[in-house]
Ligand binder design. Structure first.
Ligand code: ADP
Length: 259
């Protein structure tokens, strides 16, 4: 939809109505543009590994009999690229579920969610992970999705920081809020990228993150899950270096009781 309503010069209810209508129209158009961009990005991201896989299949077909020594390398390549595709498709499905979905919300302890997630991540990551701060904070949200959010943030902290630099997960509270900070001592996020990294397919350095194995959808999924939890998320600089993802819940309960 492109055409906007002409707005009368004299301020009146009609002017206001025309303005609201035009704002709505602009929002719908913007949404449509984003949707098209998203589909085109997704297709592009899938096309790259598919082309690579087909290339190696052809190579094996043409030269495999005469030069069987090329086969293991091609098979490994096909394996890696298909794993990439699988990750991407899984992320797309998770995102589309999160887009459509609502979550069942209940009171739960953020400290427990942190401990469970960190225990799993310790088995996966090279970096030591330390947990600091409060040892309980009851909030209203969805525990499982908060664990999913933390897993994504800790995975990223691991991906974008050296292997011997510790990752810290800090739980802080005020009267009404509870806050989890996932801190790393890695590359950090430049100011110009801070608002964009939660966008779908946004990558600060696509060649590099492709190598690291990122899809550019991790933080977009995080943003959507955060929204469904009625929480907020932002990235700030960590001291002395690296980044800090701050997840804030605004309706913490007093002493674990509903307020
Ligand atoms: P990806 O799958 O590429 O990691 P994400 O959506 O998870 O995608 O992250 C988007 C981009 O944000 C990444 O490509 C990376 O450049 C940046 N980023 C995310 N987490 C961190 C971090 N902890 N430190 C530095 N950069 C980060």
């Amino acid at each position: 939809i492109k055409a906007a309503l002409p707005v009368p010069n004299q301020p009146s209810e009609v002017t206001e109505l025309a303005n609201s209508f035009n704002d709505l129209l602009a929002a719908i158009n913007e949404h449509a543009v984003q949707e098209r961009e998203f589909i085109s990005n997704a297709a592009h991201e899938l096309r790259t590994p598919i082309a690579a896989i087909r290339g190696h299949v052809r190579l094996i077909e043409r030269r495999g009999t005469e030069h069987p020594e090329i086969i293991p390398k091609s098979v490994q390549f096909i394996d890696e690229e298909s794993t990439r595709m699988q990750k991407l498709v899984n992320s797309l499905l998770t995102l589309s579920r999160a887009d459509r979905g609502t979550l069942t919300l209940a009171y739960f302890d953020l400290a427990e969610a942190i401990n469970e997630t960190v225990e799993e991540e310790r088995a996966v990551l090279q970096q030591p992970i330390q947990v600091v701060g409060e040892d309980a904070a009851i909030v209203f949200g969805n525990a499982e999705s908060v664990q999913q959010i933390l897993t994504a943030l800790i995975d990223n902290a691991g991906k974008y920081s050296p292997e011997d630099h510790p990752i810290t997960v800090a739980l802080g509270t005020t009267d009404r809020t509870a806050e989890i900070r996932v801190q790393d001592l890695g590359l950090g996020v430049a100011d110009a990228d801070k608002t964009h990294i939660f966008e779908r397919f946004y990558r600060v350095d696509s060649a590099r993150t492709r190598q690291i194995g990122g899809t550019g959808l991790g933080l977009a999924i995080v943003a959507q899950l955060v929204k469904l939890n009625h929480a907020t998320i932002k990235v700030v600089d960590n001291q002395p270096q690296g980044s800090q993802f701050v997840l804030t819940f605004r309706d913490k309960t007093a002493n674990g009781k509903s307020s």
